[in-house]
Design a protein. Structure first.
Length: 271
């Protein structure tokens, strides 16, 4: 067996959580990531017949039976993942009953996956129906995106349109827009179900006065989606109190989207 600490997927979790913490997106134990892995790749590092223990998920994820994920732990700080991945991360497999996770590696202090795991699994299921190549679900609390929640209408069309106006790249990076939910109690199946419903249309979902969820094929893609929203939100927050002299016009957004060949939400433009 190869050393699990040298696995690319472990390294990706280490570097991504370190970046998210450095950027101030994931204070204390805020934020979580789940990353669906290839079974053959994991088998190079772990004995897949060796289940350390089982952990109830509190959710029926029958559609994901047999799927393997590396997931950040509950109560764990992103800043500690780099130095102690085996304690702060875990590799789980959804058991045959659909409601149990089989721990294959990690959570060495007896801990378990993030309390938001049901929301992650629901989002994985929703995105896989839309895009079979989806692998990552990422939740964080980007400062400017969160600040924007307090001074901007939490309306999907208006919120997306404002972000698209902030940076030329925005309509190209997230042409499907941003879904928006009102404030809801976190850590519940209810917010997971609402997020998954939005994930049928969007790869990005804002949790009002809380943070954002992103989904993608790779860690880089998912990180980049949130990063681009956060940059746009930062520009908005820096300029919202000033008179607007210039802006990216809707006709220019169409020009951008069509030049780069992306399928965009025409109903989110004012044409």
């Amino acid at each position: 067996m190869k050393d699990i600490l040298t696995a690319k997927f472990v390294k990706e979790m280490q570097s991504t959580t370190a970046n998210m913490y450095r950027l101030g997106w994931d204070e204390r134990n805020g934020g979580n990531i789940s990353y669906m892995l290839d079974e053959k790749e994991v088998a190079e590092y772990l004995d897949l017949n060796n289940v350390i223990r089982t952990i109830p998920t509190g959710f029926d994820a029958t559609e994901l039976i047999g799927k393997i994920f590396i997931v950040t732990g509950t109560g764990k700080y992103f800043k500690n993942v780099m130095d102690d991945p085996e304690n702060n991360l875990g590799i789980i497999r959804i058991a045959a009953d659909g409601t149990t996770a089989e721990l294959l590696w990690g959570y060495t202090d007896g801990g378990k996956f993030t309390s938001e795991l049901p929301a992650h699994l629901m989002s994985h299921m929703a995105r896989l129906r839309v895009d079979p190549e989806n692998r990552v679900v990422m939740h964080s609390h980007p400062t400017n995106t969160l600040a924007m929640n307090y001074i901007h209408e939490l309306d999907e069309k208006k919120f997306t349109h404002t972000l698209w106006e902030m940076c030329t790249e925005c309509i190209v990076v997230f042409p499907d827009g941003v879904g928006v939910l009102p404030w809801m109690l976190c850590g519940t199946n209810e917010i997971g179900e609402a997020t998954a419903k939005k994930m049928e249309e969007f790869r990005l979902v804002v949790w009002g006065m809380h943070g954002i969820y992103g989904a993608g094929k790779t860690m880089d893609e998912t990180f980049g989606l949130i990063e681009t929203v956060e940059k746009a939100a930062q520009i908005y927050m820096l300029t919202a109190h000033m008179p607007r002299v210039n802006t990216i016009k809707d006709s220019e957004m169409v020009e951008l989207a069509e030049f780069f060949g992306v399928k965009y939400r025409k109903d989110f433009l004012n044409l």
